[in-house]
Write a protein that binds this ligand. Sequence first.
Ligand code: SF4
Ligand code: SF4
Length: 374
Amino acid sequence: MAVSLQERFELLGCIQCGRCTAGCPVALRTYLNIRKVVYEGLTGTGPKDAKGRPEAWNCTTCSNCTDRCPKGVKPMELLIGLRSAAIEKGKALPTVRDALESTFKHGNPWGRGREKRMEWADELDVPVVAEGETAPLLFYVGCTPAYDPRAQEVAKTLVKILAAAGVDYSTLGTAEACCGNEIKRLGEEGLFELLVEGNRELFADRGAELIVTSSPHCMNTFKNEYGELGSDVVHYSQFLAKLLKDGSLKLTTAVDKTVTYHDPCFLGKHNDIYDEPREVIERVPGVTFIELDRSRERALCCEGGGGRMWVEAVEERGERVAEIRVRDAVALGADYLVTACPFCLMTLEDAVKTSGNEGKIEIIDLAELVVMAL
Ligand code: SF4
Ligand code: SF4
């Protein structure tokens, strides 16, 4: 017997208080109304998949709704479930279907060949651990920093910092495959499980004791969704904070800039990592650090998570959330809006252009701020 949405997602506790919708960044600019989606799931009156409910693809999986619900309902999981139902019926959006197919065939959602995965490192001396060898410290690059030209700059910057700190590390080279964080949030649970299996084997085979990721999304899924992994997993901001604290990494060049910081959802809201990126910023000599009003737990998301890099929002209205974020940072008088996630970097940079703020502010990654101070 088919299990109802109400049973699968334990919607019965919902008291229709609306806290979920009030905290939803996507509700600011699309017609996604998560309280209504929960109500219709609860009463069995709404569509049963994201084909009939296309606004379900607008969700960025920022988790605000689930975090804010006073009754322990998990609205975000309901939306992912609606996406899964559409995928199972072969009704995924074409862009989503392409990303999933590419991940299955090539190990990345960007439609690029696996053999090109290390092209970002062509001019650099980046160690790769081969089959049969071991590498206790793995730098897991991730699909977006491996293939996207802007995010590749961050991967290059990170290996320069690791070299400057004398860290003995390795990458997985072209054996590296997608972590699956976005795949799971797009609703393709079966493909996600395949990726988990392959990555677990790879990490064990290479003897990984510590995995440092460039993206908070990869860190999130390795840490929280891979079961007992046998390796510690940290985001690079945590690793740099440690290197700065123990003196392995020294920053000596002043960066006389006013800087603010955008908390990536998968670092902050999903994993409570708020302090380490700020510790890193505050150790950069010359920097004046100011907080955005909506920061830490209250931070607005950039709309790049939850698979949204492969989905155009439906029924858009008003300013994009990333544009609001940029506007807030410009109003603060910041020279740099710093973030620590490849998706945030790309969406915020795009928002600088679309909001007419070119020349007023620069979006940079935390690693790029650090490298200026070496
Ligand atoms: S916050 Fe929770 S209880 Fe309130 S409307 Fe949303 S799902 Fe229902
Ligand atoms: S996860 Fe975020 S974007 Fe998605 S419905 Fe909840 S609050 Fe809105």
